[in-house]
Each structure stands twice: as structure tokens, then as C-alpha cells.
Design a binder for this molecule. Sequence first.
Ligand SMILES: [Zn+2]
Length: 198
Amino acid sequence: MLIWGYSTKLIQGLILPYACSHCETMNLHVYGIKKVFDVFWIPCFPYKTTKTVICNNCGTNYDPDQLGIEAKDIKIKTPLKYFSGLVVFPLLLAGAAILGENAVRHTQEKTQAYLADLQVDDKIIIRQKVDSSFPYSLIKITFVDKEKVAFVFCSYNFSGLKHARKHVRISKNGDYETEEFSLTLDEIKALNIQDIIR
Ligand SMILES: [Zn+2]
């Protein structure tokens, strides 16, 4: 899940050659009020700046127009750190890609371990080519010995691997056909197995 939002940063700019009409000190500063787009609380890029003038001595706020200053003439330099997300995120995405690969490898290792010791009630998700819109089929093992593996098909096919996995989690023992099929263990291993759920 991506968490994003906006935050507001106050950036102090230059000091102005005017006295504050309230406390009469020469301490008027231009401030940029920057809206920054954040992803996971990391500022990614500033997208909007408004300007204001604040007296650092008494805190009085002025509209730059009132002081005869064109807001567009006041340059506020955006600190580089507000762009940090643009640097951090490519690194995070690279990290996520590595995690994804690890997850796939983990599934493959688990699948091999389960295949070496197939058990009744194991659910196997297979990717088949018959129905390209719903390419994931689910079978449930009903019998195993050295010679053969018997199984029943789930009544549904699934459009995605995660849907098939979710169905196994939710349906428990329901939604399987009664007709049994059997294959040898080698034939089972030759199927395009995507995951085994025990
Ligand atoms: Zn003041």
C-alpha cells in the first residue's frame, strides 16, 4: 500500500529592508510556504509555493502585496531535502523488486518440498492454457501412494494466482467436484505448478 499526502514547509527567505510597522524592528523576512508531496512521509517534490512576509521579532504577518512587493519577484530556494523522495524511492523500488524475487524463490522451494512429500488435502494451483481469461486451476489431493496421486478439481478457475490462493483460504473444503482423477507423481510434477498450499 502506498501512503501519500501533502505537508507544508515554511522556508525562510531573505530579509527585507523595511521596518515592521508593529514593533518597528528591521526583522521582516520573506517566507515561502511550500506544499510538498510526500510518499510514506518522505517529501518527494514541492509543487506549490505561496509567499508571505513575517516579522521574526513579533510574529506579525504581512501580505507581500501590502508592502508593495510582487510575490513573483521573491525567490525562495527550495531545500534539496524536499526532493529526497525522488532519490529514496528508486532505491526502495529496487529493494521491493529484490523482495519480490525472494518471495518467488521461497514459493518455488516450498513447492519442491511439498512435492517431495505430497499429502492428502494439499491444494495445488496450476496454470493451464485452456482458458486464457481464467488460467489458474485448483486441485485438491484426495489420495497419494508411490504409484499414483488422486485429486479433484475445484469448480472454479481463477483469473489470478492471488484469487486462487484466496479461494483456498476462504473456502476450506468446499467447492470441489466429486469426480476423481489420477496421475503418477511424475505427471503431477510435470504440471505447471504455481503454488502448493498445505
Ligand atoms: Zn514586528
